[in-house]
Design a protein. Structure first.
Length: 228
């Protein structure tokens, strides 16, 4: 599989990151050995696209960690499929249709990072998926976001994915899109509040900020969960 260093985005968060483009149609199982990554047994029966995405994400993570001085560390997956990062390290991986990115930090004040890349939904998808992604009490803030971005539901969907990744490291339990309510947006940041208590340190009403940006028909969102 051909993997090339490429970043259509410049992340807002000040942490180590690496982004690549890859062609899943060229994937072969031997690519794992070529890129010095172990082939996970749980992907043995997965389709080539899934294997390629997993590999591209791990290649990005390896590069991001190398810049932190952690070369040759292999990111395994836990039973819940979350990446297992080195001790005292937080990170996130995302991929979407041939683009993969990883972000990592060893900063003491970071409890979790969430990043998500999404290709823009079609107008039909934005209409059909709206009720699955938005709360009833988010519509006013959503309409204000619509004035700023042509694909507002793609942005909110991606932002809620990033929130989930950033908070999951501490919550360690599934929570749905309804757990975060969009309340405000500006040109590069969204503001959410938690609608339920997810953890002792994440009570109902906690504010969560998410950066967002667009490029090449894609959206990148970023969220960091900091010690309080």
């Amino acid at each position: 599989m051909h993997i090339t260093e490429r970043s259509p985005f410049t992340p807002k968060l000040p942490y180590s990151f690496h982004c690549t483009a890859f062609d899943a149609n060229q994937y072969q199982d031997t690519d794992y050995a070529f890129f010095n990554q172990p082939f996970p047994s749980k992907l043995k029966r997965a389709v080539a696209k899934r294997k390629a995405e997993y590999l591209a994400g791990r290649v990005c993570a390896a590069h991001a960690m190398t810049s932190l001085g952690m070369a040759n560390f292999v990111i395994q997956s836990a039973e819940d499929r979350a990446p297992i990062w080195p001790e005292n390290t937080s990170g996130a991986i995302t991929h979407s249709k041939g683009i993969a990115m990883a972000m990592v930090t060893d900063s003491d004040d970071v409890l979790g990072i969430g990043i998500d890349i999404e290709h823009n939904m079609t107008d039909k998808q934005e209409q059909e998926l709206r009720d699955q992604i938005l709360r009833d009490d988010e519509h006013a803030a959503f309409e204000l976001l619509r004035a700023r971005h042509e694909k507002p539901l793609t942005v909110v969907f991606s932002a809620k994915e990033s929130i989930y990744k950033a908070l999951y490291a501490q919550v360690k339990a599934f929570f749905g899109f309804d757990a975060a309510k969009l309340v405000k947006s500006d040109d590069d940041q969204l503001r959410f509040v938690l609608t339920k208590t997810l953890h002792d340190t994440l009570p109902e009403g906690t504010e969560v900020a998410v950066y967002y940006q667009s490029a090449h028909n894609m959206v990148l969102t970023e969220c960091v969960h900091l010690k309080r």
